[in-house]
Ligand binder design. Structure first.
Ligand SMILES: NC(=O)c1ccc[n+]([C@@H]2O[C@H](COP(=O)([O-])OP(=O)(O)OC[C@H]3O[C@@H](n4cnc5c(N)ncnc54)[C@H](O)[C@@H]3O)[C@@H](O)[C@H]2O)c1
Length: 421
C-alpha cells in the first residue's frame, strides 16, 4: 500500500490470538471510508508467530508487513513508525510499552494496561516524561449498544443510577485460550476478563470509590479442550499447550463496589463454574432499569420505566435524544442511531477493534487525548485489585489505597517476580 501523509504508520507487537484479531481490525478499517492509518510492521519474540501474521496481512491487507523479532531494533530501524499496538501477554506490557515510549512512539496497549499498579505506573510515568500518548484497548465500551446505554443513562431515562448487578458465571474447568491466563504471575482469568466489566461499570456509573469482596480459585486444575476454543483465532496454538495444568491465578472476583455518584455495584465474575451459565447486567435507577444482553451480539437493551411497559425496540431511542455514533461506527453498524444490529460475533469484534485503531491514529495525528487513557486503564485494574486486596485484608479497600499502593499485599509477589518492587 502506498504511504500517505494522512495515514499514520503503525506496528503490532505481539502476534498471538489478539494480534490476529487486531490485524482484522486493520482490514475492516482499510475497507471503510475512514481509514487513517497504515500497518507497516509486526514484531514478536516468536519468529513464526510474526512471520505468520505478516503472511496473513498479505492476504487480508494486500501487502506483506516487515517482520521483527527484536523490539529495540524495530524501533531503531522503522524511522516512519509513529505508534505501536501492543498485544503481547499482559506480564510484558510494561517492558514493551516503556521501550516504545522511550523510543518516541505512542502506544495503544491491550487491556489490562499492566499486570499490577506498579506496572501501570511505569507506563504512565514514562509516557508523561516523554510527552507520549497511552491508549488502552477497551473494545467493549465501543459497542454501539453500550454507547446507547450510556446515552440513556446520561439523558436520565432511568432517573438517578442506584445499583448495578453484573454477573458472569460459567467457564467450567477448561483452559481459557492460553495457560498464562490461569497463573497469578502472568495474569489471572478473573482479572483478564473481569477488567472489561470493571471498565463498563465505570463507563456506566463514573468514578469508583471502594470495594469489599475477594478473589477465589474455584477450579485449581484446568484442562485444554481438544480442538481448542471453537471459532477462535486463538485455536491455532491450542495443541501446543499442556493437556492439564495447575491454576495459580484467581478464576473468580466477587464483591460489592461503591461509586462516587452514590451507586452500588454487585459483581460476580466466576470463570470456573459448573452448571448453568448465567450472564446478567442490569442497572437500576430512581425511575427505572436498563438491562444489557452483552456485547458483540447486537441484541437490544431493555428499558423499564416505572409504570410503563418494557421497551426493547427502536422506541428506546426516544429516551436518548443525543445518541449519535461516530461516522465510522455508523458505517460499521448500520446507522447513526443503531439500537440493535445483526453481525456475526467475529465481524462485530473486528469492527470494534477497528474503531480503536481509528481513534489511536487520529490521536497521534492531532495530539489529542484518547478516550481510555492510561489513568483510566489503571483505574479499571484498581477495581479488580481492590476486591482481591479486600479479601486478603478482610475489610473494604478504597480505590485510592490501591492506586497509591498503600494496599498491595496481593500484588507484592507479582511485583517481585516482574522486578517491579
Ligand atoms: N480486548 C479483548 O477482547 C481481548 C481478547 C483477548 C486478549 N486480549 C488481550 O490481548 C493481549 C494478548 O493476549 P493473547 O490472547 O493474544 O495472548 P497470546 O498468548 O495468544 O499472544 C501473545 C503473543 O505475544 C508474544 N510476546 C510475548 N512477549 C513478547 C515480547 N516481550 N515482545 C514481543 N512479543 C511478545 C508471544 O510470543 C505471543 O505471540 C492480552 O493483554 C489480553 O488480555 C484482549
Amino acid at each position: 500500500m502506498a504511504s500517505s501523509a494522512e495515514h499514520v504508520p503503525l506496528a503490532i507487537v505481539g502476534c498471538g490470538g489478539m494480534g490476529r484479531r487486531h490485524l482484522r481490525g486493520f482490514q475492516a478499517l482499510q475497507r471503510s471510508d475512514y481509514n487513517n492509518c497504515e500497518l507497516i510492521a509486526v514484531c514478536d519474540i516468536n519468529r513464526k508467530n510474526a512471520d505468520d501474521l505478516a503472511d496473513e496481512a498479505q492476504e487480508l491487507l494486500g501487502y506483506r508487513l516487515r517482520v521483527w523479532v527484536d523490539l529495540p531494533e524495530m524501533l531503531r530501524r522503522e524511522d516512519a513508525l509513529k505508534g505501536v499496538n501492543i498485544t503481547t501477554e499482559v506480564s510484558s506490557h510494561h517492558t514493551v510499552a516503556v521501550a516504545c515510549l522511550e523510543a518516541g512512539r505512542d502506544v495503544q496497549v491491550e487491556k489490562p494496561l499492566g499486570l499490577t499498579m506498579r506496572a501501570c505506573n511505569r507506563i504512565i510515568d514514562t509516557a508523561q516524561r516523554n510527552g507520549r500518548l497511552v491508549s488502552v484497548g477497551e473494545n467493549l465500551r465501543r459497542d454501539p449498544i453500550n454507547r446507547l446505554a450510556r446515552s440513556l443513562i446520561d439523558a436520565g431515562a432511568i432517573g438517578t443510577p442506584q445499583l448495578i448487578i453484573d454477573t458472569k458465571i460459567g467457564g467450567g474447568d477448561h483452559m481459557v485460550y492460553t495457560p498464562w491466563r490461569h497463573q497469578k504471575l502472568s495474569g489471572t482469568i478473573a482479572l483478564d476478563e473481569g477488567i472489561h466489566h470493571a471498565d463498563l461499570m465505570m463507563y456506566y456509573l463514573g468514578e469508583p470509590l471502594s470495594g469489599f469482596g475477594e478473589g477465589r480459585i474455584y477450579q485449581p486444575l484446568r484442562y485444554r479442550r481438544p480442538g481448542g476454543p471453537a471459532r477462535s483465532l486463538h485455536a491455532k496454538w491450542n495443541e501446543q499447550y499442556p493437556a492439564q495444568f495447575e491454576a495459580t491465578g484467581e478464576d473468580a472476583v466477587l464483591g460489592q463496589l461503591r461509586f462516587a455518584n452514590g451507586a452500588v455495584g454487585q459483581w460476580i465474575g466466576h470463570h470456573g463454574a459448573h452448571g448453568q451459565p448465567y450472564h446478567k447486567r442490569i442497572l437500576y435507577g430512581s425511575g427505572g432499569s436498563l438491562e444489557s444482553q452483552g456485547e458483540r451480539n447486537g441484541r437490544p437493551l431493555t428499558l423499564w420505566r416505572a409504570g410503563a411497559e418494557a421497551i426493547s425496540d427502536e422506541r428506546i431511542l426516544d429516551f436518548a435524544p443525543h445518541y449519535r455514533l461516530s461516522p465510522l461506527a455508523a458505517q460499521f453498524f448500520g446507522g447513526e442511531r443503531v439500537w440493535s444490529y445483526d453481525l456475526p460475533f467475529d465481524e462485530a469484534d473486528w469492527r470494534l477493534i477497528a474503531l480503536e485503531h481509528h481513534e489511536f491514529a487520529s490521536c497521534i495525528a492531532t495530539r489529542t487525548t484518547p478516550e481510555v487513557t492510561g489513568e483510566l486503564g489503571r483505574r479499571a485494574l484498581a477495581i479488580v485489585y481492590c476486591l482481591f486486596e479486600s479479601g486478603m485484608l478482610g475489610r473494604p479497600v478504597s480505590i485510592a489505597e490501591v492506586e497509591q499502593m498503600k494496599v498491595d499485599r496481593y500484588q507484592q509477589e507479582i511485583d517481585a517476580h516482574l522486578a517491579l518492587a
